[in-house]
Design a protein around this ligand. Structure first.
Ligand SMILES: N[C@@H](CCC[C@H](N)C(=O)O)C(=O)O
Length: 294
């Protein structure tokens, strides 16, 4: 009988993930294995993989082990690695809570973008209630960026949330097209490692809606780091900077898969609040995974 590898499936505002609990970092998650797991027809399906590893057991996280017991080894659907995943960090915390590794309250999680503090709200049964993530500060590199889809082009704001984003304000979210292929951007030097691109429209004061094309995953139903980048870019466009006013500012960001609430504080720290749901649990056939990656 072939070996089985445990997995769960979860999502945050419909940004969905295959969760692979692997405390001792024993599962060989090659890029091809990740792509096979994320395949929506031949695999389990997901926008990415949340590989759950003890920080002490992973070479990229060992230095964070004193601060955070668990490392979110996040991978995009194409197998590439990313520095951070906002929705993934909420789903990761929800998994830790469900597995009994943590309870509600504050939890430190190691990511490639550093240690993040996640707050699991105390709200009814395990699995209910929103989760808030301390996403750190946004960097706003100088320089003009242009994003284009077909004949249309827009100036975009370069925002780094640990991972790179280009935020373009558009008249209509439909103008982003079908996003089956990545939008183009210039100059190429702005994003040497690729970029996540957000298209944004206004809904009401301090309330916007976005679509996103994610590096390594294509169009997704939500992007947490993207929603933070959008909130900061929109605030600056609106002439609002909490570092200047001394007052936090909150934006509601609608995504195709739900709603995220983003607050930027006067010290630049950004908090993202939204749901995180585990929907299934099962076993991966290790022989299938090995054959799928050959
Ligand atoms: N969906 C994520 C972002 C995942 C990483 C991104 N595709 C990248 O390559 O930077 C989120 O919720 O932040």
């Amino acid at each position: 009988m072939s070996t089985r590898i445990a997995f769960l499936k979860g999502h945050g505002t419909e940004n969905d993930f295959v969760i692979v609990p692997d405390p001792e970092n024993a599962v060989d998650l090659s890029p091809a294995a990740v792509a096979a797991l994320c395949d929506r027809r031949a695999g389990i399906g997901g926008d990415g993989v949340l590989h759950v590893v003890r920080s002490a057991a992973h070479p990229e996280a060992r230095e964070m082990a004193d601060e955070a017991e668990w490392f979110m080894d996040y991978r995009n659907a194409d197998g590439s690695v990313a520095e951070m995943c906002g929705n993934g960090s909420r789903v990761f915390a929800r998994y830790l809570q469900r597995a009994g590794h943590v309870s509600e309250g504050d939890v430190a999680i190691a990511t490639r973008g550093g240690v993040k503090t996640v707050h699991i709200a105390k709200a009814g049964p395990v699995g209910a209630g929103d989760i808030t993530v301390g996403m750190g500060k946004a960097l706003l590199p100088a320089g003009e960026v242009t994003v284009s889809v077909g004949e249309r082009a827009w100036p975009a704001r370069n925002v780094n949330m640990g991972n790179p984003h280009a935020v373009a304000f558009v008249d209509d979210l439909a103008h982003a097209g079908n996003l089956f292929t990545p939008p183009l951007f210039t100059p190429a030097s702005a994003y040497p490692n690729g970029v996540n691109i957000e298209f944004v429209v206004d809904r009401a004061p301090r309330h916007v809606a976005m679509r996103v094309h994610e590096r390594g995953s294509g169009e997704t139903r939500s992007c947490g780091t993207g929603a933070c980048a959008v909130a900061v870019a929109t605030a600056r466009r609106d002439g609002v900077d909490p570092a200047v006013t001394g007052t936090p500012v909150t934006y509601t960001v609608d995504v195709p898969g739900g709603t995220l609430v983003i607050t930027e504080h006067p010290d630049g720290e950004i908090e993202m609040t939204g749901p995180a749901v585990i929907v299934a649990e099962g076993e991966i056939d290790a022989d299938w995974l090995a054959s799928a990656t050959r």
